[in-house]
Design a protein around this ligand. Structure first.
Ligand code: TYD
Ligand code: MG
Length: 453
C-alpha cells in the first residue's frame, strides 16, 4: 500500500491528514506543510546498535548509578540545568535568532572543556573561522574545544563515533540534514530525524548533546517545539531585543527543576552572569510614579523583584486597547473583570497598557495583586507608598489567596531596602522577613484601604 503524505505543522509538529491555513493545535497561520513519509530506515542501523535486555530496578547496583554531574562554573547556567550536565542526556536550547544562543553555548563549551569534558562544537551556520573569531572576542581562543563545521548528519555521527566526546553542541539542529530523509533541510521530518539520531547517540555513548533550535516565523523551517518531546531538557533563551538582559529558562527537565531561570547580561565581551537579578530589574526605577508597583515574585527557586508598570488612559477608539508585555493577556482581562464586577471600578472606555520592566516574562498568579495595584494606581493617578512590595493571587470572587514562599519573597524585598509589604491574609504562618506587613482578605478591602476608593 502506498504511504500517504502527511501534513505537519512546522511550529508545533502536529500532523494532519489534510492541509489547512491555520494549525488547529497551536493556532499558528501558514505553518502546515506537506511532507513525504520516511523512505528508508534510520542511519544508525548501520552503526550496530545493541539489542536491549530487560533488568529489574533492584538489579541496578550502585556501580550503575550515573556518574555525577559536571558543573560549568557558570552558576546561572548550572542552576538551570539542575546542578550541571548529566551524561547521556539530550538538551534543547531554543530561542529567537540573534538572541545569543551561539554566544552562550560557546562560552559554556569553553567552561565545560576547562572542567575536563571532551567538548565538540559542531556549527552548521558559521564557518570555523567565524566561530574562532567569536571565541577570540569572548577571550576563549585557547579553550580546549574542538570545532567542526558540518551539516550532514552522517558526517557528524561518523565524526562523533570516532572522537567519542563527552559534550557535543549542535548549532543548530535546523541546519543538520539526514540523507535518508526525503525532504528539504530544516523541514519537520529532517529536524526530527536529526534530533532523534543525536539523542540516540547521547544515550548510547553516554555523551551530553546540546542542540540549538531557532524559533522560526517562516512555515517552511521547523521550530524547536517539534523536538521538545524527544529530549531530556528543554531550555529557552529569552529576552527583548532592545534590552541587554537575557533569561535562560528551563521548561522541561528530567534531571532538575523546571521553570528555573538563569539571568545574563549581553555585553561587548559576551554574556555576563547576573547573580542578583532583582537589583538589575529594579535598577532603572525612578521616583515612585502612578502605575508603578514592585512585585515580589519567585522564578524557579529564586525570589525576583520586578516592577509592574501600568498606564490607563481614555481611549480615542470605540474598542479600548489592552496591551501586555511580559504577562498573560487573558489574566489581565480577568483582573479587569474582577475589579469591575467585585469592586465596582470600571475600565470601559479606557485603554490599558501593562508592562513588566526589564524584559522578563512573569507567569505566576501571585502577580495578580501587584497588577491590580498597578492598574488602580494608574487609574486613580496615585502612587503606592514607597518601599512597598505587593504579591497575592486574586480569585474570581475577589478574594485574595495566599501564595507559596512568602517568607523568601519578603526576605528578598528586605535585602533590597523595602520596608513594607501588602500580602494576602491566611496561609501558612511564617516570618515577616523584617517587613511591616499589611494583610488583606479581599480585593475590595485592598481598594478601600490603599486607594480610599
Ligand atoms: P548569537 O549568539 O549569534 O545569537 P544566536 O546564536 O541566538 O542567533 O548572538 C548574536 C548577537 O549578540 C549579535 O547581535 C551580537 C551580540 N553579541 C554581543 O553583543 N556581544 C558579544 O560578545 C557577542 C559574541 C555577540
Ligand atoms: Mg547562532
Amino acid at each position: 500500500m502506498a504511504k500517504l503524505n502527511t501534513f505537519t505543522c512546522s511550529a508545533c509538529g502536529a500532523s494532519f491528514s489534510k492541509w489547512s491555513g491555520r494549525c488547529d493545535a497551536c493556532g499558528e497561520w501558514n505553518t502546515i506543510i506537506e511532507e513525504a513519509p520516511l523512505s528508508a530506515g534510520p542511519a544508525s542501523k548501520s552503526l550496530g546498535a545493541k539489542r536491549g535486555t530487560p533488568i529489574t530496578l533492584t538489579d541496578l547496583s550502585a556501580s550503575e548509578t550515573p556518574p555525577p554531574r559536571t558543573a560549568s562554573g557558570m552558576d546561572e547556567l548550572d542552576r538551570v540545568l539542575g546542578g550541571g550536565l548529566v551524561p547521556a542526556s539530550a538538551i534543547l536550547v531554543g530561542g529567537d535568532p540573534g538572541i545569543g544562543k551561539s554566544t552562550l553555548l560557546l562560552q559554556a563549551a569553553a567552561r565545560f572543556a576547562q572542567a575536563g569534558l571532551k567538548t565538540f562544537y559542531v556549527s552548521g551556520e558559521e564557518a570555523s573561522a567565524q566561530v574562532r573569531m567569536r571565541a577570540q572576542r569572548l577571550g576563549l581562543a585557547d579553550a580546549p574545544v574542538k570545532l567542526a563545521t558540518a551539516t550532514s548528519l552522517r558526517d557528524i555521527l561518523t565524526t562523533l563515533e570516532s572522537e567519542a566526546p563527552d559534550l557535543v553542541i549542535i548549532d543548530s539542529i535546523q541546519t543538520v540534514w539526514a540523507d535518508n530523509v526525503d525532504s528539504v533541510p530544516g523541514s519537520v521530518s529532517q529536524v526530527r530525524a536529526a534530533a532523534h539520531e543525536l539523542t540516540t547517540f547521547a544515550k548510547r555513548k553516554g555523551a551530553s548533546v546540546v542542540m540549538v533550535g531557532h524559533v522560526t516565523k517562516e512555515g517552511q523551517i521547523a521550530g524547536p517545539r517539534v523536538v521538545e518531546h524527544m529530549v531530556d531538557t528543554v531550555l529557552y533563551f529569552e529576552g527583548e531585543r532592545g534590552h541587554q538582559f537575557r533569561i535562560l529558562r528551563s521548561v522541561k527537565n528530567r534531571f532538575g527543576p523546571a521553570d528555573e531561570i538563569g539571568v545574563f547580561e549581553m555585553t561587548g565581551g559576551g554574556l555576563a552572569e547576573v547573580a542578583n537579578p532583582s537589583e538589575l530589574f529594579l535598577s532603572g526605577r525612578g521616583t515612585p510614579a502612578p502605575g508603578s508597583v514592585v512585585f515580589a515574585g519567585i522564578e524557579g527557586t529564586r525570589p525576583v523583584l520586578v516592577e509592574m508598570q501600568a498606564l490607563v488612559a481614555p481611549t480615542p477608539h470605540s474598542q479600548p486597547r489592552r496591551a501586555v508585555v511580559g504577562w498573560d493577556g487573558a489574566r489581565l482581562a480577568m483582573i479587569l473583570a474582577v475589579l469591575e464586577a467585585r469592586c465596582g471600578i470600571p475600565f470601559a472606555g479606557l485603554d490599558v497598557y501593562l508592562n513588566v520592566a526589564g524584559g522578563i516574562k512573569i507567569s505566576e498568579p501571585a502577580a495578580d495583586l501587584a497588577v491590580a495595584a498597578a492598574l488602580l494606581s494608574a487609574r486613580e493617578d496615585t502612587s503606592l507608598p514607597t518601599e512597598t512590595v505587593v504579591f497575592g493571587e486574586i480569585s474570581l470572587s475577589g478574594a485574595l489567596r495566599p501564595v507559596g514562599q512568602t517568607e523568601n519573597r519578603l526576605k528578598e524585598a528586605r535585602k533590597l531596602g523595602f520596608t513594607s509589604a501588602i500580602v494576602p491574609s491566611g496561609g501558612k504562618p511564617g516570618g515577616d522577613g523584617g517587613l511591616a506587613l499589611t494583610r488583606m482578605g479581599d480585593l475590595t478591602a485592598f481598594v478601600g484601604d490603599v486607594f480610599g476608593a
